[in-house]
Design a protein around this ligand. Structure first.
Ligand code: UDX
Length: 425
């Protein structure tokens, strides 16, 4: 917002986070974000505060509060409602509160009643940004959705003015009611999760039928009705959004008495979790049945590349399961080691890639960082004890690794015959 020329104050209850932001330091790894932060802070158009009083006088108030998964699977809305309650006293007639948080359908209508009691108005304006691409997705979105009260032209005009530089590119902009705007976000994430689980279900078939999942995805993706994006088979989806959003969506549908409508999302989640089981099974099979005492090097901890986020990370879950089965785990990630270490203490975290694989009996590639696709299989072969790699993200050049003497297993492909197994040294 500051880069678009607006004066922005960012408010959070977390003092150390606010201090770091004010110094231009992003609280997580996001390419390009530190530069944007520092530029905004330097112009004086971007300031940070822990006191809601700093919001007084603003014409628009964005709600960008987390709605984590609660104990029952439903979204925990306590942070959101607490922030809005603190905001109410600084609102004045004519100001606009803009909801960005991902919420169960129906919450905007409840918040609107609170906000309107002050003479201010509410709009629901979901974002669809991906971690790792946050800046581009924010400044060049593929659509804008404004959920407003019927006939609230004034809120629409305010949002249009705010986003004028973005709208100038001709991006599609839809005006809807609150419920539709809320649903767009969760429905989009449910669809994406379903698409990933669809291809992962095909991977299960390919593994036993001897088909090649990436060729299958390429061929399916040629059909413009299907499309190739989000058809990458592998260890499945994780992160701070897709898993919790589908669980929250299921829970909300049940509350609304239409739980059956989303019954398939339970299957989407089961397929997703089965990919981790498959990696565990392949690992056990490769080492003769028991992982106890086996040195396993895992490459990747983040839920996806270009992120240091380990929330609901399939890679970190596999690390945990390996530890549970007694494996001696060495773990590498270009960005996520610190965050992983704060939640799982068992692995030996090693920041230098070739050191992380040293002495390994088994190598697992669990996040498709370009560092791993670029890893030289000859150099890697000289460091491990056994040249066996399980590529759970389909990111290695299997022929190259094979040529360097590796036994290469991948999700979505049949397990190769044992004839090629080699022991280094
Ligand atoms: C997602 C949505 O894409 C975004 O629109 C929404 O605003 C927030 O949630 P994000 O969580 O950043 O974004 O990650 P995304 O790129 O969607 O990937 C989610 C997970 O799916 C990752 O674990 C990724 O590895 C996995 N994935 C993605 C696949 O397994 N296969 C694919 O083809 C694509």
């Amino acid at each position: 917002m500051a880069s678009l020329g607006h004066d922005v104050v960012g408010i959070d209850v977390d003092g150390p986070k606010i201090e770091a932001l004010a110094a231009g330091q992003a609280p997580f790894y996001e390419p390009g974000l530190p530069e944007f932060l520092q530029a905004g802070v330097a112009t004086g158009r971007l300031v940070f505060d822990t006191d809601m009083e700093a919001a007084r006088g603003a014409s628009m108030h964005f709600l960008a509060i987390g709605t984590p998964q609660g104990a029952t699977g439903a979204a925990d809305l306590s942070y959101l409602f607490s922030a809005v309650t603190t905001l109410l006293p600084v609102l004045r007639p004519g100001t606009l509160v803009v909801g960005k948080s991902t919420v169960p359908v129906g919450v905007a209508a409840q918040l609107a009643v609170l906000v309107e009691s002050t003479g201010a108005r509410l709009a629901w304006n979901p974002e669809f940004l991906r971690e790792g691409h946050a800046i581009k997705d924010t400044l060049e979105p593929d659509r804008m959705v404004y959920g407003v009260r019927a006939g609230d032209e004034s809120s629409v005009a305010m949002l249009d003015e705010l986003y004028a530089p973005i709208l100038a590119s001709g991006v599609s902009r839809m005006v809807t009611d609150f419920a539709t705007a809320e649903l767009v976000k969760v429905a989009a994430n449910a669809f994406l999760a379903t698409k990933i689980s669809f291809i992962n279900a095909m991977a299960e078939i390919a593994e036993v039928a001897g088909a090649d999942i990436s060729q299958l995805a390429d061929a399916l993706g040629q059909d413009p009705r299907i499309g190739r994006r989000f058809l990458n088979a592998g260890l499945g989806f994780g992160g701070g959004c897709l898993p919790k959003d589908i669980r929250g969506f299921i829970s909300r549908a049940e509350e609304l008495g239409v739980g059956d409508a989303l019954g398939f999302l339970r299957e989407v989640e089961s397929v997703n979790l089965r990919r981790r089981d498959r990696v565990m099974q392949l690992s056990r099979d490769e080492v003769g049945g028991s992982l106890a005492g086996v040195r396993v090097a895992i490459l990747g901890l983040a839920f996806k590349p270009m992120s240091d986020d380990v929330r609901d990370s399939p890679a970190l879950d596999v690390a945990r399961r390996l530890l549970d089965e007694g494996a001696d785990v060495a773990a590498h990630d270009p960005q996520a080691i610190e965050k992983a270490r704060s939640v799982v203490t068992g692995p030996e975290y090693i920041a230098v890639l070739l050191d992380a694989i040293a002495g390994a009996d088994l190598l697992l590639v669990l996040t498709e960082w370009s560092d791993y696709a670029g890893l030289d299989p000859v150099a890697a072969a000289s460091r491990v004890r056994t040249r066996t790699v399980i590529d759970a993200r389909g990111c290695l050049d299997a022929d190259r690794w094979h040529a360097a003497g590796w036994r290469v297993l991948a999700l979505g492909r049949a397990v190769p015959e044992r004839a090629t197994e080699l022991v280094a040294g």
